[in-house]
Design a binder for this molecule. Structure first.
Ligand code: IMP
Length: 197
C-alpha cells in the first residue's frame, strides 16, 4: 500500500519508514512545490482531535484524482509529565522550540516526581475511512541530558522498558520497538490488516 505521510519532521518520517516498510507499506513524504506542507495545529488538549484536524487539512490538499490511489498518514505526539498535569503535552513542539530540554530540566529540578509518558496518535485516511491508533510509552525525566541520538526530548526521556538509558542512547531499532510511535504504527498496521477492514 502506498502511504503519503504528511509531516515536516524527517525523524518521524524515518521512524515510520523503519516501522511500516518491512510490513509492505511504501511511505512517501507529502511535498507540495518541493516543500512539506505546513499544517495548522489547533490548540486542543487532545492529541486525537489535533491529529484528525491535520488529517482533514491534508486530505483537502490531495487532488481528487489521487485520493483513491493512496492512503494519507498524519501523526501528532507529545511528552506528558504527570506532576505538571501533562505539560508540555499537545504544546510539546512549541515548548521544545522555546525552552528545549534544558528548560524542562530546570522546571523539573527539585521535583522528585519524574514520571511521564510520550503519546502518539496516528491517523490513516483510506478512502472514506479514518483509522485512528494511539501508542503510549511510559518513562521518567532524567536528571541530565544523556545521549545524542533521536530528536526532541529523547535525551531526557528514560523509558520504563529500558536498562536506564534514554531514548537518545538507544539505536533506532531499540527505540521504535518500545516507543509511542512504534506502538501507534503497530496498532494502525494491525487495524489495516484485520479482516473487518
Ligand atoms: P507534533 O506532533 O508535530 O506536534 O510534535 C510533537 C513534539 O513532541 C515534537 O516536536 C517533539 O518535541 C516531541 N516528541 C514527540 N515524539 C517524540 C519522540 O519520539 N522523541 C522526542 N520528542 C518527541
Amino acid at each position: 500500500m502506498r502511504v503519503i505521510f504528511v509531516t515536516a519532521n524527517t525523524n518521524k518520517l524515518e521512524e515510520a519508514r523503519r516501522y511500516l516498510e518491512p510490513l509492505g507499506f511504501e511511505i512517501e513524504q507529502m511535498m507540495i512545490g518541493g516543500k512539506a506542507p505546513e499544517l495548522i495545529e489547533p490548540q486542543f488538549d487532545d492529541l486525537e482531535k489535533i491529529a484528525i484536524s491535520k488529517a482533514d487539512q491534508a486530505m483537502s490538499m490531495v487532488p481528487e484524482s489521487q485520493k483513491s490511489d493512496c492512503a494519507i498518514l498524519v501523526e501528532d505526539s507529545g511528552l506528558f509529565i504527570d506532576s505538571l498535569d501533562g505539560f508540555p503535552g499537545t504544546y510539546s513542539s512549541f515548548v521544545f522550540r522555546k525552552i528545549g530540554v534544558d528548560g524542562i530540566l530546570r522546571l523539573m529540578s527539585g521535583n522528585k516526581m519524574k514520571a511521564c509518558e510520550y503519546r502518539a496518535v496516528s491517523v490513516l485516511v483510506l478512502g472514506e475511512r479514518k483509522i485512528i491508533a494511539e501508542g503510549v510509552c511510559r518513562g521518567k525525566i532524567g536528571e541530565k541530558i544523556s545521549g545524542t541520538g533521536g530528536f526532541g526530548y529523547d535525551p531526557i526521556f528514560i523509558p520504563d522498558d529500558s536498562d536506564g538509558r534514554s531514548f537518545a542512547q538507544m539505536s533506532r531499532e531499540e527505540k521504535s520497538s518500545i516507543s509511542h510511535r512504534g506502538k501507534s504504527l503497530k496498532a494502525l498496521s494491525e487495524a489495516i490488516s484485520s479482516p473487518s477492514m
